[in-house]
Every structure is written in structure tokens, then in C-alpha cells.
Design a protein around this ligand. Structure first.
Ligand code: SF4
Length: 522
């Protein structure tokens, strides 16, 4: 039954990362008295410079969600961008909403707690200007609400993932045997650092992929027309854009990849973007997928003997632990968090972070995945691209902006603590107790990249010195006074002290200076 002509009660706003039919905002929804409002706006896609696949994912998934709601007789006021810039070009989210509120005259607006501080603030201020009540309901997609995280953080000197994770496992009874963790340990990281050895991973089918349907093809026309100069390519777009597709991808991951996911979680190999990783993050972050479904299916696979505990625990920790933890950190520390820059870094991201044009094989590989799929797995993100940006001295906020632009799964609450915090140490140790940096030695151990590279991962100076190895020592030298006090870094800092005494550091400093000049003065 469609909406009657009686006055509109609730206008439910659904943002591009809130595509969840089971969200609290639909509790008590009455198709005769309520309606949904959704909008594709140019400004939201250009607020940060955006990978074409990220824009396509959001718009296509929004249109599929709109159609699903309309099939349930729900009145959806949807603003689609066409290929040609129309009168709405340049108009922002608030302006489009204002116009509709004036026209539809709802009694109130309802929305799930937005995932972006800026969006929440701007909505609250718009509604107050329009004098229309706004109900912000909790985002039930998550296990832990911001208030619960705040209570957890109270009285703690530092926020440790491990304490939070154990608490969540106990509270939700996941992989528990009474009060104890199944398998007698909370963490199987030790089993999850294996490499592919000399022979490589062999043939891996990779995650389930989806051919674009007509709706997605129409979105491609919009993206190519309006966002032609944005980075990335659309030809390889194969992401799930509906709840049904996301569930298929989850089933496929559980059946085919989960058994080996843990063991090879940190390994990398030439031209292999996905290996045994799930690639579910984009579907999760726009709420096509419920993390509880993912956790339940993984635990079921363990109980049925289809996947080992190290894999299942590693996957559960990413969802029930890390993902919930960083969301808690985001809401606890915003709005100040975005301006944190503990190391005082000021540089732009180097140009090869946009086009992948470099002779460093590891960076070339990571960037090829990013440009082709709007994706790279966590070690490419953290230990190659993030590692390099940190050691070069990129401004952590600029690195966050780059991360938001280039990854299809990036949304503000995910990107800020991961990119600015964990990867760039911008928050000075809130999410990580030490900076994630390494020489080329780590990359050589976890991949086959160094064997195909003109640089020598063992050398920190000289013509064939590996930029990672040079910059690693120079970075620690530059921040010597800060890091020598960090007990987790005492061994590395002893090496730095030794290099300083032997004058080796002088050569490293000048090698690093020349590298940076070459990258930034080109
Ligand atoms: Fe990367 Fe250095 Fe290895 Fe080359 S030698 S692939 S730059 S770590």
C-alpha cells in the first residue's frame, strides 16, 4: 500500500553508507505515513578526491537499495545525478534536503547515527535552521555504541585493543568456552604470519566477483561524464552492490578462502591483490552486510571443522575487535582527532601515490591493486604505502584524505583512526603504541617483490640502496628523542644510537635527503 495523501510523518534520511533495511530507523516505519529520502550529490563525491570505483559503488548500491525499498511499496524521494551536469550541479547535500523539506513538510526527520562527524554536525545545524526535529537513532549495525566505548575508556591510561576485544568476545559469547577463549588463547597471531616461500601461492581463484548490471552501467555513465579526471578505472569494477550479492560473497569467502586466510593473512605476492582475503570491507562499510552474519558464519565453519581456529579467530578479531575499536576511538576523540599530528609531518603524498609511476617494485604492486580495484590488503596498506608515507613525513591528515580518495571501502570513521592514527602515528599512540615502520627486510620476508626490484633491500646507502631501508633509519634518527623513550622500540633505538656514533647515519641522512628531493622536486 503506497503512502496516502495525509501529511508526512517521518522523512527517513538514508546516506550512502547506511544501506541497511534492518536499521533502527525503519522500526515502526509505516508506508502510509512515512517516506525515505536519498540523494546523490556532486559535493559528497568531490568533498575528497575520489577513486571512480568508490563513487560507482556508492551510487550503484544506493540505487539498488532505493529499488528494493520501492519494491516494498515504500515511497522513496531519490535524487539521482545524471550524466550531464544539471541545475543541481555544485549544490550541496544541505541545499537539496532543504528544498525537499520545504516541499514535503515532514513532521520530523529521522536518520541512523551518521558515520562522519562532519555530516552529523551539518545535519544537526541544518535541521535547527529549518526548525524541523531530527531524530538520530543508534547504528545497530555495530556491536558497540559510542557510549559503551566511552564507558570502557573511562579511567584507562591507554586504550588497548586487546582489553576491548576480550571484553567483546565475553559479552557476545563469541568463540568462548564459558569464561575462557576456545583453544585456550585469545590470539593466534603467531600462526598467522606465514609466507608463500619460493614457489608462491599457486593458483588462487580470488573473491567472488559480480558483473555490473544495468543499474551499475548507468552509474558508470554518470561517473565517466562527471568524474572523468578522477583516479582509478571502472573496467575492473566487480563489487557487490546489494545485500544479496554481499551475502553471496560472504558464503564464497567462508567456503573457499577462510581456511587459509589466517595463515597467509600478512603475505604478499606479485599481481595477487586478494589472495585469501575476504574483500568484504566495502560491503560491510556501506552496511550491505551485517558483521554478525560474518562472525556467525565464520564460527560455524570452525564448529563444523571446515576452517581452523587461527583463521576464524583472526577474522573475528578484525570484525568484533579492531573494527569496533577504531569506531569507538573515532567518536571518542572527534572533532579534535582529525587535527592530530604528533610528529609534525607536513609533506604531501608523493605523486606516485596517485599514478603508481615508480620503479620501487613493492610500491608499484600496491598501487596497481589500488588503481585497478580501489583495494589493497592490510599489509600493502600498512607496511608498504603507509610505511613509506610515514617515513617520508606526509601530513597525516593528507594521508587520510588520500586514503579516503583511493579505497572503495573508505569511510571517515574507518579511515581516520586507521590512516591518520595507526598508519601515520598522527595521534601519538592512541591506536598504536609504536609507529608501524620497517626496512625493506620485512617486505622481502613477506613477498617476492624485492627479487624483481632494482634496489637492494639490505642497503641503506649507496646507489642501489632500498628507499625503505634508507628512510627507516633516517626516520628513527629524526625522531630519536621521542622514540628512545618508547620501551617497545628500545632495540631499534639502540641500533640508531650505534649508527649515529659510527657516522653511518651521516651518509643515510644525505641519501634520504636526495631521495626526498627527487620525489618532491620532480
Ligand atoms: Fe620495495 Fe626495497 Fe624491496 Fe624494492 S628492494 S621491492 S623498494 S622493499
Amino acid at each position: 500500500m503506497a503512502r496516502s495523501s495525509s501529511p508526512l510523518r517521518n522523512l527517513v534520511l538514508v546516506l550512502g553508507d547506511q544501506l541497511n533495511r534492518n536499521a533502527a530507523v525503519f522500526d515502526g516505519f509505516d508506508v502510509r505515513r512515512d517516506a525515505v529520502w536519498m540523494a546523490e550529490v556532486q559535493q559528497e563525491a568531490t568533498h575528497v578526491w575520489c577513486h571512480k570505483q568508490r563513487i560507482a559503488l556508492f551510487f550503484s548500491a544506493m540505487r539498488h537499495f532505493r529499488d528494493e525499498l520501492r519494491n516494498q511499496d515504500i515511497d522513496v524521494h531519490y535524487h539521482a545525478l545524471g550524466p550531464k551536469a544539471s541545475r543541481d550541479r555544485g549544490r550541496d547535500f544541505a541545499a537539496v534536503l532543504r528544498k525537499d523539506v520545504r516541499r514535503l513538510k515532514p513532521e520530523r526527520l529521522k536518520i541512523v547515527h551518521p558515520g562522519d562527524y562532519r555530516v552529523k554536525q551539518s545535519l544537526e545545524s541544518e535541521c535547527s535552521k529549518m526548525r524541523v526535529p531530527l531524530d538520530i537513532v543508534p547504528d545497530r549495525h555495530f556491536y558497540c555504541q559510542p557510549d559503551e566505548f566511552k564507558a570502557f575508556s573511562r579511567g584507562r591510561k591507554s586504550l588497548l585493543l586487546e582489553s576491548f576485544y576480550r571484553r567483546m568476545r565475553k559479552k557476545h559469547g563469541v568463540l568462548m568456552d564459558g569464561e575462557n577463549p576456545i583453544g585456550g588463547k585469545w590470539n593466534f597471531d603467531h600462526d598467522n604470519r606465514q609466507t608463500f616461500g619460493k614457489h608462491g601461492p599457486g593458483s588462487i581463484t580470488g573473491p567472488h566477483s559480480f558483473r555490473p548490471d544495468d543499474v551499475t552501467e548507468q552509474v558508470f555513465d554518470v561517473v565517466e561524464a562527471r568524474f572523468a579526471d578522477h583516479p582509478g578505472e571502472l573496467d575492473s569494477f566487480d563489487l557487490p552492490v546489494s545485500h544479496q550479492q554481499a551475502m553471496r560473497m560472504l558464503r564464497d569467502f567462508i567456503d573457499r578462502s577462510l581456511p587459509l586466510f589466517g595463515k597467509y593473512e600478512d603475505a604478499m605476492w606479485t599481481d595477487e591483490a586478494f589472495l585469501y582475503h575476504s574483500r568484504l570491507s566495502a560491503a560491510l562499510n556501506i552496511k550491505l552486510l551485517d558483521p554478525r552474519n560474518c562472525v556467525e558464519k565464520a564460527v560455524e565453519a570452525y564448529q563444523n571443522g571446515d576452517a581452523p581456529l587461527n583463521s576464524v579467530e583472526g577474522f573475528v578479531r578484525q570484525l568484533l575487535g579492531w573494527r569496533e575499536f577504531i569506531r569507538g576511538v573515532y567518536w571518542l576523540h572527534m572533532p579534535d582527532y582529525i587535527d592530530k599530528n604528533a610528529l609534525g609531518h607536513r609533506r604531501e603524498v608523493p605523486s606516485f601515490f596517485w599514478d603508481g609511476d615508480t620503479d620501487m617494485e613493492c610500491v608499484r604492486q600496491s598501487m596497481a591493486h589500488v588503481l585497478k580495484h580501489g583495494y589493497a590488503h592490510h599489509i600493502h596498506r600498512l607496511m608498504i604505502l603507509g610505511n613509506l608515507a610515514l617515513m617520508v613525513g606526509v601530513d597525516p591528515r593528507k594521508f587520510h584524505d588520500w586514503h579516503m580518495a583511493m579505497y572503495a571501502d573508505a569511510v571517515d570513521w574507518v579511515s581516520l583512526p586507521n590512516a591518520l592514527g595507526m598508519s601515520q602515528y598522527g595521534d601519538g599512540g592512541i591506536v598504536g603504541t609504536k609507529p608501524y615502520c620497517s626496512t625493506g627486510n620485512y617486505i622481502n620476508r613477506m613477498s617476492n617483490f624485492c627479487g624483481q626490484c632494482p634496489y637492494d633491500y639490505r642497503k641503506s646507502e649507496g646507489e642501489s640502496a632500498c628507499p625503505f631501508t634508507t628512510l627507516y633509519w633516517e626516520f628513527l634518527d629524526r625522531h630519536y628523542e621521542r622514540f628512545k623513550k618508547n620501551s617497545r622500540m628500545s632495540l631499534q633505538m639502540k641500533h640508531v644510537a650505534k649508527k649515529r656514533q659510527s657516522h653511518e647515519m651521516k651518509k643515510i641522512r644525505s641519501q634520504a635527503k636526495a631521495l626526498i628531493k627527487q620525489w618532491y622536486d620532480a
